[in-house]
Design a protein around this ligand. Structure first.
Ligand SMILES: NC(=O)c1ccc[n+]([C@@H]2O[C@H](COP(=O)([O-])OP(=O)(O)OC[C@H]3O[C@@H](n4cnc5c(N)ncnc54)[C@H](O)[C@@H]3O)[C@@H](O)[C@H]2O)c1
Ligand SMILES: O=P(O)(O)OC[C@H](O)CO
Length: 344
């Protein structure tokens, strides 16, 4: 019997908090509210919190989307976190640690804490669930992560979508998945947190590569070759760190890789396209007004790969294009300097 077998739909969380009112935090708030939860959404800017509460809109991040009437916006962390059974975090990965320091004493002691983010911390290489456990001083049984092919704007328009919720504790994953399920959004569960989190991080890097070759003007063969070989890099990396290969073949790996590489809604794909069109890294950073996590994750991922001897030719070439040391036209599904045929 699974440890989640005793759970019934009554176990859905009633009161939840979402921290971060960007495109994903706001969309996830809508997912939760449409699943029946009472949602408080924290926005840094009071004017955005007011727009969410009064107009049921977040016009900067989700233009044209009407939010459920029940969502309350607030710029007060105390108010948003008060009584929350589940706390969902959706801020840029590089700011998470500082954000957690501010809420350490406010997160209810028995709340489940859920990462919606897809980055690793620069300098340490820690996954977001690890940063959560460190800063909040909680065990992995109270932490979950959500990942999958989840382009915010499509979900905000209620297009049918699936995701996976992962926790070391299956009952925790199941509680979160029940809360994050509604008629247009279906959450599956697994206990492979490492594979699930790394899937979400690594697909961003391959999506930057796809954007680059798209920007250069290469066609479908190049892109399909990079996606396929990219999945091999993702899987080798995740398995080297203790993730399961089957997780990378699922929603958090292949599923998200397809969505992110195919869609012009993807910020990582868009950033890559600008690089492929000849813009420099600093030009691209200036043009992006939303979070493209892949740009910050390249360096820590390559450091982690080196520590385990995992070869990542595509991600290495993305790093070189970002650094301006490789012409985007030279990016390929293998190292261009490697002359010998290799086994697939
Ligand atoms: N947008 C999507 O489709 C999507 C889907 C799945 C996962 N994600 C992940 O969700 C996370 C958040 O991405 P997003 O798309 O919402 O980004 P976003 O750029 O749309 O929003 C980021 C939010 O964080 C806020 N923010 C910026 N700096 C901050 C700081 N120092 N402290 C607190 N808040 C700060 C911004 O004001 C904004 O509200 C990322 O890790 C991303 O990979 C995004
Ligand atoms: O816009 P991106 O590139 O951050 O991708 C968004 C989601 O991660 C897609 O699943």
């Amino acid at each position: 019997m699974n440890s989640s077998d005793h759970l019934t739909l009554d176990a859905k969380a009633r009161k939840v908090a979402v921290l971060g009112a960007g495109s994903w935090g706001t969309t996830f708030s809508k997912i939760l509210a449409d699943g029946g939860a009472d949602v408080a959404l924290w926005a840094r800017r009071p004017e955005l919190a007011r727009e969410i509460t009064e107009s049921k809109r977040n016009s900067d991040y989700l233009p044209g989307i009407n939010l459920p009437r029940s969502i309350r916006g607030s710029s007060s962390l105390e108010k948003v976190l008060d009584g929350a059974e589940q706390v969902f975090l959706s801020v840029p990965s590089q700011t998470l640690r500082d954000n957690l320091k501010a809420v350490r004493d406010l997160v209810p002691h028995d709340a489940i804490v859920v990462s919606l983010m897809k980055g690793v911390e620069k300098g340490t290489g820690y996954r977001m669930s690890e940063v959560i456990e460190q800063e909040l001083g909680i065990g992995d049984d109270r932490v979950a992560v959500v990942s999958g092919p989840n382009l915010a704007l499509e979900i905000a328009k209620e297009q049918p979508t699936a995701a996976v919720v992962s926790s070391a504790n299956l009952a925790t994953a199941t509680l979160v998945a029940m809360t994050a399920t509604n008629p247009y959004f279906r959450s599956f569960v697994n206990t492979d947190v490492i594979g699930t989190e790394f899937g979400g991080v690594l697909k961003n890097l391959i999506a930057v590569a796809i954007g680059i070759v798209d920007g250069v003007g290469y066609g479908e063969n190049t892109k399909a070759s990079i996606i396929t070989r990219g999945l091999v890099e993702m899987t080798d990396f995740a398995v080297a760190f203790g993730g399961r290969a089957e997780t990378l073949a699922g929603l958090a790996g292949l599923g998200d890789l397809i969505a992110t590489c195919e869609s012009s809604l993807s910020r990582n794909n868009t950033a890559g396209r600008l690089l492929g069109q000849g813009y420099t890294f600093s030009d691209v950073v200036k043009q992006m007004n939303q979070t493209a996590e892949g740009l910050s994750s390249v360096a820590p991922i390559l450091e982690l790969a080196l520590s385990k001897g995992v070869e990542m030719p595509i991600v290495s070439q993305v790093a070189e294009v970002l650094a301006g040391t490789m012409d985007p036209r030279d990016i390929a599904p293998h190292l261009t300097t490697d002359p010998m045929p290799q086994g697939e």
